[in-house]
Design a protein around this ligand. Structure first.
Ligand code: FA5
Length: 338
């Protein structure tokens, strides 16, 4: 090897380094020059084979070569890291590209918020499957064979005899079968009904089931807890009212209304001029349900409720039609971005 060869390598390398356009290109050049099998390796080899009198000069040349290449690499690296001036034909006043961030669906947001409020009351979260047995969805919930909700026109039955749950109440059954009292759970989830879609009905919607079983739980506890929930969700002025109703799995049964959040109870389109919005079904757990899950109805009492999430979203956000929640129109959904 001659001194001219390493001088030529240096010229070639520093030119290439000066023209490198990316960190990756620069790294490739560094490896070619200074890597374990790079040119420096050949230069070091030449020192060993040089006549003893020339070795000192070769050593100095090798060091100088290495330093020159490293300096060129560092300088180019610093250049590349510096913000570059825009090319002459680049219009810096043009608007940039909008990269919209996604956000959680308003139904998911509301479930999270509602569950958070019930946690403050000591509830924990339970879950159950969307495909249920007829036993859990109807029989264990004291629903007679003749009850209209069992009808093929109301419930989606599957070929294997199971069904898509029409409410979250079967989670009560599952939970009580697996746990002894006291229990205090909420169970949010999806429900399915053969309801014709309109402004307030969807064939696929969400409920939050609530169940509190212990000694001496009363209807007053139910009303107090739901009133707390309503105020925490909608503000201190919201009122709660219970209307007598019938469910096979509760006795007595009630429907729960919240005063309309949109008009403050004065009457508007959302509350159909009544000042109230039906939000849930509820009641005291029927002794037959306790028997079906192996609880002693003489020893414990309990309340249960099923809140409609979409209906709550409608009052909370003033949404006039439930179908807006399922159209997946980004213009609608982006209003709920957090
Ligand atoms: C039930 O589903 C009972 N399982 C609730 C219950 C639980 C009662 C525990 C007693 C004890 P209901 O069918 O009324 O009840 O439905 C409860 C809520 O779900 C309604 O108030 C409404 O807010 C919502 N809901 C019912 N059907 C639909 C639907 N098709 N679309 C949207 N929301 C619905």
């Amino acid at each position: 090897m001659h001194f001219e060869t390493i001088a030529q390598w240096q010229t070639e390398l520093t030119t290439a380094i000066g023209a490198a356009d990316s960190g990756a290109e620069l790294e490739a050049l560094r490896i070619r020059a200074l890597g374990r099998n790079g040119l420096i390796h050949d230069i070091m080899g030449a020192i060993k084979t040089a006549p003893p009198g020339d070795r000192r000069a070769w050593g100095q040349a090798a060091n100088a070569w290495k330093q020159a290449v490293q300096t060129a690499l560092d300088a180019r690296q610093a250049d590349l890291a510096r913000p570059r001036a825009a090319p002459a034909d680049f219009d810096v006043t043009l608007p940039g590209y909008w990269r919209g961030l996604g956000s959680r669906h308003p139904v998911s947001q509301l479930i999270e918020r509602a569950v958070g409020i019930f946690r403050r009351l000591g509830f924990t979260v339970a879950e159950g499957p969307e495909i249920e047995t007829v036993h859990n969805n109807f029989d264990a919930l004291n629903t007679p064979e003749s009850h209209p909700s069992r009808d093929q026109q109301d419930t989606f039955y599957l070929a294997d005899g199971q069904l898509l749950r029409c409410h979250t109440s079967p989670v009560q059954v599952r939970h009580m079968q697996a746990h002894q009292p006291p229990v205090r759970i909420v169970a949010p989830g999806r429900c399915y009904r053969r309801d014709t879609a309109d402004a307030t009905h969807s064939a696929n919607f969400h409920q939050i089931e609530g169940l509190y079983v212990a000694e001496r739980v009363s209807l007053a506890d139910l009303k107090g807890d739901l009133a707390f929930f309503a105020r925490a969700l909608l503000g201190p002025d919201v009122k709660t009212r219970l209307r007598p109703h019938f469910f096979p799995f509760t006795e007595p049964s009630v429907e729960v209304d919240f005063s309309c959040h949109v008009c403050g109870g004065q009457g508007c389109r959302v509350c159909k001029q009544s000042g109230w919005i039906e939000i849930a079904g509820a009641g005291m757990v029927d002794p037959n349900v306790f028997r079906a899950v192996g609880y002693d109805p003489e020893a414990v009492t309990g309340y249960a409720f099923g809140l409609g999430i979409e209906r709550m979203a409608m009052i909370l956000y003033g949404i006039p039609d439930i179908r807006l929640l399922y159209d997946n129109d980004v213009r609608f959904l982006s209003q709920f971005g957090v």
